[in-house]
Design a protein around this ligand. Sequence first.
Ligand code: ADP
Ligand code: VHF
Length: 376
Amino acid sequence: MAVHEADVRQAIAGAQTIVVKVGSSSLTHSSGHLDAARLNALAAALAAAALQGARVVLVSSGAIAAGFGPLGFASRPSDVATQQATAAVGQGLLMAQYEMAFGRYGIHVGQILITAEDTIRATQYRNVQRTLDRLLDLGVVPIINENDSLASNEIRFGDNDRLSALVANLVRADALVLLTDVDALYTAPPSQPGARRIGFVPDVVAALGDVTVTGPTSGVGTGGMVTKLEAARVAAVSGIPTVLTCASNAGPALMGDPVGTAFAPVKHRGSSRRLWIGFAAEPRGTLVADEGAAKAVRGGRASLLSAGVLEVRGNFSAGDPVWIDNEQGDHLARGLAGFDSEEIPQMLGRTTAQLKRFLGDEYAHPIVHRDDLVLV
Ligand SMILES: Nc1ncnc2c1ncn2[C@@H]1O[C@H](COP(=O)(O)OP(=O)(O)O)[C@@H](O)[C@H]1O
Ligand SMILES: N[C@@H](CCC(=O)OP(=O)(O)O)C(=O)O
């Protein structure tokens, strides 16, 4: 069944829970410093939606942009340690601006800083979910950023685009709004002659092959259009419509006006935690499945049992993400390991009954439970 743009726009206009992501480039002057007027205009548009009853979550970049000026740097720092220190200073300043901006409308804001690492574990994941739900129940606008000062380099999101799509899942959002410094997705970077504006993308997966996108061009943004399309894809496969436009279009976009680019959802809603496993987590190791186990995993709804695991590679702890590969080295799935990597060699090839007999009850479990596994 064809999905029409008008239906997608209408779904966005009627959304009860909305995640809005704003990039650094939309909150800054051309010098890279935080622009309070742009931030205030955004807060006004979001406050209007919140005052009409919408549950609004804001994923905001800008900590580094807010911090480097006060620290005396002429431009955004490029080394990780200075970026992390700058974000620690800037995050507080950013929140102070938001508090003031939303305060004009009688709305409180609440800060949540997320690392990819601490949300892939089931307990932390549920804690974040519960906190966000409660904040929204209380009429607060949660403002989320990556916890830049703690995130380790290998596992950080870096940009906030993918984080926003995962947050949209977490709060079971009805719409995702990506605000940036271009008014829409174009067939090529807008600076290229002949680049055409795209108003509607019925199938983001199919569209990926038809557009040319690059990383950031603004000097302050991180992911560019590449990570925005990735976010739209994650949202689409989770059943969430997305609109991408410039920050000054936030109000019309939320009202369902035909601004920017609307992306239709391509699937019904999936399990949100599985999406974290699939998209957020960088695998720490590999479990090599034998032919039978590979087939069972590929078929879906099967756990990876130690009887079908031939080899374990890498150093990881129970709860960490791992690849599940076949013997040919193809990735079949990602999952969360049920055991530490050093516990697994003694379990290899053993049935659950043997594990129980030789190693004890605590080992008589799948190496990766089917609820913790997503096919790739
Ligand atoms: N096909 C495309 N359509 C639109 N913009 C694109 C495209 N390819 C690359 N871009 C660039 O992506 C930039 C937005 O990304 P970025 O600077 O990371 O913004 P943000 O800070 O909002 O995350 C735009 O300024 C634009 O130049
Ligand atoms: N977490 C970082 C965001 C990094 C960044 O620039 O992201 P984006 O502008 O969304 O590409 C910050 O607050 O500075």
